[in-house]
Design a protein around this ligand. Sequence first.
Ligand SMILES: [Zn+2]
Length: 423
Amino acid sequence: MSADPTIPARENPPRHIRLTSHAGGYGALPIRWAAATAAERGPVVGTTTNRSHRNVIGTHSGSYSVYRALAVASGALSASHKADLTNTSPTDIIGPYPQWSEPGRIVAMDPWGATIADVFGTELAAGYDIRPTIAVTQAHVILPEVIEALQSGRLKADGKYLTAGGAAMVTKVAVEPVWFLPEVAKRFNCSETDLRRVLFEETGGMYPELVTRSDLEVFLPPIGGLTAYIFGKPRDLANPEIELTARVHDECNGSDVFGSDICTCRPYLTHAIEECIQGAQRGGVGLVSYFRKEGRALGEVTKFLVYNARKRQVGGDTADQYFNRTECVAGVQDMRFQELMPDVLNWLGIRKIHRLVSMSNMKYDAITAAGIEVVERVNIPEHMIPADAQVEMDAKMAAGYFTPGAVPTAEELKKAKGRGLDA
Ligand SMILES: [Zn+2]
């Protein structure tokens, strides 16, 4: 909260919509993060169509805001275009859940972002350009691994969750990041002032308001968001009595889409989808949450540089050097920082995950620290690990990733198991 007397007080819920600028030059609606109702919380206004209405730093669509700028610059898009949201409302209602207003539970997305037409109808009618930051739709997802599981008898079609042709029925939810800076800073054990200054400096000064407008506490960062794929009824996610199978997956384009064999990302993803379908068919519900955090959030250029460094080093690609090689290139072993990941689980009302399809101790620790119980951890079956990915698997197990089997010894880790570059 700011002590600046020129900024509208935030203590009281708004009684009316302020259409005119205040003495300090601010005409925007206040945001009271984690308030119990949408009306008390207030809308997130991140559009650039009316600057005086903006109550956040940054703008919508994450990194795609830059493409929007290109579209405006090239004359293809009018800067004043207002979205026509007819028929775009969610196919399934999610929440509201108690977690939405529990202090500190959700700090990196807007819980009301899917239902703005319902909860902020008055403000929309008054001319505020409020955009959804969450969209909910339904889809069929068809994967060759699921079809193979059907053919081999591991999965059975039921016409409800899985068709005879191998299409899984899902509800999918796209989420853009919306950061409440005071609480994001707490998750990273730094001060809000330091977080703002570093965000400003490390993006080359992209958002001066980070340092000049301490009254604006919400930031729409120019990064990718996440997509949640739900197998079964979305409302069952919030019922701890119903078996939930879940995976939180970080993007790996090389494996997820193109089938690269140096890691286990796609095998883990398709294994989790198979587990989710089976879970739904047992009367449970499944969830795969897919985060746009390519290459441990280091990006693909860094990732490919590390691949070369691993394969060219003296002694070949070994598990004992796996994390070192990343750290040499990137300065850190991993930049995914799972601290913000559990927000979507809390948004979906989840209290208990019966089967977490993940080996990652960082994900497990973040989920349990966010107040969610994990009953069982499910690791990837041995036969699904590509030969060249054994280096990664050994390194992760030695570093503390969950495994029900034996942890590789120091001697084991020194053996070259990865292919060379020319092989
Ligand atoms: Zn991968």
